[in-house]
Design a protein around this ligand. Structure first.
Ligand code: PGA
Length: 252
């Protein structure tokens, strides 16, 4: 059965000392994760090793990077490869976050290459998709998300797809305080699962974890996670506050 996952995306926030404090506070909250649940913490690159070290004795808690290079290695100043992340024990990589797409012009084709790098190095991509406000207003969000899936994921075979996690993040809900309603989230998640079923079969679709992201917080997490096709969340702002993040984890 698919895993339920709460992932915390710190984005470009916190010093190392603040990050350590946050992780220690989360661990001190005594989260007991059943077999089918996982927590993923995605700090900035310089802290990934430290967070891995702090969490290594906690089964069910994993560490993610927030991005990686689309190339394997070489003269790409400032880039971090999937192989480097694998070599320091990282488990997941967030790819295609809307901030990467918008501010760093990441395209679906480039993300397909990043997905390949991540999978080739034994890591799991958390692939973000989701539509901007004008697309939602035009009610064309399904076609928009279908294209993101097609252009970045559909070159994979069914075996590779088993290692992919999808995060649906409507851009109009990220950091805005506007959450998609549970119904809007469920509708899109069911649509994504149906698309995957059409391409890879029912079993692959049923095994796929699809997370919701966009102003998820303790007050709305339980309702979102209760939706049959919402398998957890990718949490930004609320992942920076230990009490909020742990409350969201407990909503699983
Ligand atoms: P938010 O961010 O929870 O602060 O809206 C979510 C995300 O960008 O992953």
């Amino acid at each position: 059965m698919r895993k339920k996952i709460v992932a915390g995306n710190w984005k470009m926030n916190l010093t190392l000392a603040e990050g350590e404090q946050l992780v220690n506070d989360i661990l001190a909250a005594g989260i007991n994760l059943p077999e089918d649940q996982a927590v993923v913490i995605a700090p900035p690159f310089p802290y990934v090793q430290k967070v891995k070290q702090l969490t290594r004795n906690y089964p069910g808690i994993f560490v993610a990077a927030q991005n990686c290079a689309s190339e394997k290695s070489g003269a790409y100043t400032g880039e971090v490869s999937a192989a480097m992340l694998a070599s320091v024990g990282i488990d997941y990589v967030i790819l295609g976050h809307s901030e990467r797409r918008e501010y760093f012009s990441e395209t679906n084709a480039q993300l397909a290459k990043k997905i390949d790098q991540v999978l080739a190095n034994g890591l799991k991509p958390i692939f973000c998709c989701g539509e901007p406000l004008e697309v939602r207003q035009a009610e064309t969000q399904n076609a928009y998300v279908a294209k993101q899936l097609e252009e970045s994921l559909y070159h994979l075979d069914a075996e590779a797809l088993k290692n992919v996690v999808i995060a649906y993040e409507p851009i109009w809900a990220i950091g805005t305080g506007l959450t998609a309603s549970a119904q809007q989230a469920q509708d899109m998640h069911a649509f994504i699962r149906a698309q995957i079923a059409a391409k890879y079969g029912r079993e692959a679709a049923l095994g796929l974890s699809i997370l919701y992201g966009g102003s998820a917080k303790p007050s709305n997490a339980a309702e979102l996670f209760a939706c049959p096709d919402v398998d957890g969340g990718l949490i930004g702002g609320a992942s920076l506050v230990a009490a909020d993040f742990t409350a969201i984890i407990k909503s699983l």
